[in-house]
Design a binder for this molecule. Structure first.
Ligand SMILES: [Zn+2]
Length: 150
């Protein structure tokens, strides 16, 4: 693999990558990376970048809704109206349990619907932590460059 900055030789290494997104710090251990012998430019394997993106999205989504979601939260998650959710319920298209007169939804099953259908793709911005080392700031920049290309 050649360096896209200086055309120098890039050596494959393994390293731990720490990055922060929306205030959450994530450490990825044993990431495959390439380092240029001449200019020190670093790059990550595209597959590893995808894995990082997947886990970051998952970690953030995980915290956005309670474990058991209500109709409003599911509608918000899918960006549809409450009525659409009721229609889907009637058609048996949503994993739900009725508690008394109210519908409740297991968050994991709702999330799985989106990830299985592959609809959830949004721009991801990575920012370095204020107190992070130079290295992890650089990592965040490298990752964000990859993600903006996707
Ligand atoms: Zn180089």
């Amino acid at each position: 693999m050649k360096c896209y900055v200086c055309d120098g030789r890039m050596n494959k290494i393994q390293k731990d990558v720490e990055t922060t997104w929306k205030g959450k710090t994530v450490v990825f251990k044993g990431m495959n990376a390439y380092v240029c012998e001449s200019c020190g430019e670093e790059a990550y394997e595209p597959d590893d970048v995808k894995a990082m993106q997947y886990f970051i999205e998952g970690a953030v989504k995980q915290d956005e809704y309670p474990e058991i979601m209500n109709v409003e939260e599911v509608a918000d998650f899918f960006r549809v109206s409450n009525q659409t959710i009721y229609n889907m319920l009637r058609a048996g298209k949503l994993p739900a349990v009725k508690v008394g007169r109210e519908w409740r939804f297991p968050r994991d099953k709702i999330k799985a619907m989106v990830f299985e259908q592959g609809q959830e793709k949004g721009p991801i911005e990575l920012a370095a932590r204020d107190n992070s080392s130079e290295l992890s700031k650089k990592d965040a920049i490298i990752i964000s460059r990859y993600l903006s290309d996707m």
